[in-house]
Design a protein around this ligand. Structure first.
Ligand code: MD3
Ligand code: FE
Length: 213
């Protein structure tokens, strides 16, 4: 663990090599982002996708941007079309892009241009088991994650599924930039506890910005 860097506003904490936590960084944009989220989900509704192993995910998902992450019985992939509507994913809202780019600029990635934003919605009990994000083409590109609504406990492992994990609460407005060697670390989210957020109700929303193609 490194020290808090008081020179950045707001608080930034280096969690691991290549990983910076910006506590509350999305708070400024939250109103615009919530409005834009509603626009996206009106065009591409949340759905519970099925894993290649045949399990329905407890997390509901959708996407915006040129590419969207999808899973079904045939496997995981990025696709330009929403399999439910058969249409392109909704465009990435300007408020989303601005947030992803300011977070990466602040942490030293100057040319980050995400083409995919995966939107996860957790309800009570929803979880994400330990996994690596490996469906993107270029692992030198960072991933930016934004937590909104109800808090969750995030688990950060290392490079093998069985490595010890560190637990970290992620709260409304927190932004994480995952780059360098941390890009391929195992990570997951523990089952969401019953709670309520004034703007997001009983849900936690997580946005992850990726350069997938
Ligand atoms: C560490 N989402 O969508 S965000 C995912 O909270 C995903 O919904 C979680 O894992 C969520 O793939 C975690 C934090 C995160 C995102 C990407 C990472 C951590 C990461 C990529 C590499 C290492
Ligand atoms: Fe992930």
């Amino acid at each position: 663990m490194d020290l808090f860097d008081k020179t950045d506003a707001p608080q930034s904490l280096k969690l691991a090599d290549g990983t910076v936590l910006l506590r509350g960084f999305a708070l400024r944009e939250q109103t615009a982002m919530l409005e834009d989220l509603h626009t996206v989900i009106a065009l591409a509704p949340f759905r519970h996708m099925v894993t290649p192993g045949g399990f329905t995910m407890s997390v509901a998902m959708t996407n915006c941007g040129e590419l969207g992450w999808v899973t079904d019985k045939t496997g995981y992939r990025y696709d330009a079309q929403d399999p439910i509507t058969g249409k392109p994913w909704p465009p990435m809202p300007a408020s989303f892009m601005a947030l992803a780019r300011s977070a990466t600029a602040l942490t030293g990635y100057r040319e980050f241009m995400p083409d995919a934003c995966l939107i996860n919605r957790y309800q009570v009990g929803a979880r994400m088991s330990l996994h690596q994000d490996k469906d993107e083409r270029d692992f030198t590109q960072p991933i930016v994650s934004v937590s909104l609504g109800v808090s969750a406990v995030f688990q950060l492992g290392c490079f093998a599924r069985t490595d010890k994990v560190v637990k970290l609460p992620l709260d409304h407005g927190d932004v994480l930039v995952w780059g360098g060697v941390s890009r391929l670390r195992y990570h997951g989210v523990l089952p969401l506890k019953v709670s309520h957020h004034p703007a997001f109700g009983e849900y936690r929303i997580n946005l992850t910005f990726r350069k997938a193609g």
